[in-house]
Design a protein around this ligand. Structure first.
Ligand code: 5GP
Ligand code: ZN
Length: 112
């Protein structure tokens, strides 16, 4: 099965990695909706949150928490949307479970 996020998560195709451990890789989204928009990718394939194991689910959300805290500290964002799309009908375009971290900036100034 060809899966672009399996390839990126396992380091076979380059992605802009901001965090990695044995179970997940966190990359910057290629088409960010805000500065610092990141994706948490499990290294083991599952189609969506509904199919993943408890281990994968926990690893992904643990990384989301860690990176989210880092975003607050480093980017100075004013909030973060954490979301996962499930199936095409909800906007899922890559069928490999991933969680979006979208920093939000309500103040006028944004990082360069
Ligand atoms: P979805 O719509 O499935 O929830 O989100 C897929 C996300 O993956 C989109 O925000 C899209 O910009 C991003 N994306 C798709 N292909 C690539 C890629 O090859 N590299 C990176 N870094 N992001 C990608
Ligand atoms: Zn995959």
């Amino acid at each position: 099965m060809d899966c672009i996020f399996c390839e990126i998560a396992n380091g076979n195709i380059p992605g802009k990695t901001i965090y990695e451990n044995d179970e997940v890789r966190v990359i910057l989204d290629i088409n960010p909706v805000s500065y610092g928009h990141a994706l948490v990718l499990p290294k083991t394939h599952c189609d969506s949150l509904l199919e993943c194991s408890e281990k994968t689910r926990n690893a992904v959300f643990e990384a989301a928490q860690k990176v989210g805290r880092h975003m607050e500290d480093v980017l100075g964002c004013d909030g973060i949307n954490v979301l996962t799309n499930i199936r095409e009908g909800a906007g899922q375009t890559v069928n490999h479970f991933h969680v979006h971290l979208i920093p939000r900036y309500t103040k006028k100034q944004k990082p360069d």
